[in-house]
Ligand binder design. Sequence first.
Ligand code: NAD
Length: 452
Amino acid sequence: MTTTQVVNPATEQVVTTLELVSAAETDAAIERAQRAGADWRAVAPGDRARLLRRFAEAVDANLEQLAQLEVANAGHTIGNARWEAGNVRDVLHFAAGIPERLLGNQIPVAGGVDITFHEPLGVVAVIVPWNFPMPIAAWGFGPALAAGNTVVLKPAELTPLTAIRLGELALEAGVPEGVFQVLPGKGSVVGQRFVTHPAVRKVVFTGSTEVGKEIMAGCARQVKRVTLELGGKSANIIFADADLERAAATAPYGVFDNAGQDCCARSRILVQRSVFDRFLELLEPAVRGVRVGDPAAESTEMGPLISAAHRARVASFVEPSTKVAFTGTQPDGPGFWYPPTVVLPDAPSDRVLTEEVFGPVVAVVPFEDEADAVRIANDTEYGLSGSIWTNDVGRALRVSRGVEAGNLSVNSHSSVRYWTPFGGFKQSGLGRELGPDAALAFTETKNVFIAT
Ligand code: NAD
């Protein structure tokens, strides 16, 4: 039996030791999910909705416990962790509206009646990364369960604790055995069985682009459905006519939230050349003012990185030759800390501009005009999110249409609402999660003609 130690990234102390699920146990769980599916899809829509509402209420009743678990396991700030647990609750409430609204069409035809059904897929597997363990899990399992599927979920090796608790809460809320199972284990073992086991009909993967490509290739062998939410290298574009004070004051939070371990991090700040120097002057105090420290403290704005190995990777982006404009602070002592860091790259080919850092390092580059801004923003294989700061509404709309990314915000850095669609262009992903069509990613459309 293989075990893993869960480590608190802010203290480097072991939180707990867990047994990892084996390939044989994964097969057994998938088969349980398959057997549970027949009854689950037959649960009356109103009853399935009620069970999901009860699950949401159980999450709400345990919100503080879930949040504290995430602080200890992932080093998330307590404020963020409470939002994340609340997001799971809200996604479940939203999903509870699905079973009674999974409407098909009645299409006019000659000689009969034609109707469509949205049938569940069967067993859906959700593979979750370590950066947002709770929300990313719920964006998959909420709508999947609502649409009548059963779910097996694998949390990341580093952050299994909240997912395990969510699995318990589902059972306590009355969700039947086998309908939602959490399997902490390795990607190469549990994750791989999700891809290769023929009873799994869809894989929802969030993680690195590299692993996502392997999953997609593996799923192709069985024409298995797949949703991919992958990396990002998003741009925060600041035009000279913008409210520069606000743009500068908020820019750190658009990239350093969750210590930059956010697929939507605006890790490239593009600033119109005429205000470039002024923007940097305003950005410096904002970056120095980010409160980095004990994630359990109410006032903390940024915690540690997830692991020592990840910190070494982040640090590799700031080489001795890199021009560092300024940095923020970091606490002394144990913990995988890295300070907010602002760099000025020499060339568009610099690694810090082309690769996802997934840490608190942001690159600032100048642009000349609107066309130049859109060209630089799109000069990446990714296309997940981005921000546009301008007071010209026409420009805001033109640039929003020009930037190749799935989630843009104007004069703000918000990307995610559970009732609006989320996902990436280009190598940032495939398919969409959340939003009004969330359930359709977990159903097959069936057309039935009845001769009259
Ligand atoms: P990762 O790709 O290393 O791992 C993600 C998950 O996949 C983990 O659960 C892991 O165990 C599993 N896995 C690894 N190898 C596997 C394999 N061969 N088969 C099946 N499963 C396997 O990513 P990570 O380091 O945990 O997360 C960071 C990445 O996630 C970043 O690139 C980030 O941008 C991305 N991300 C994207 C979004 C989005 O919505 N687009 C959201 C959050 C994170």
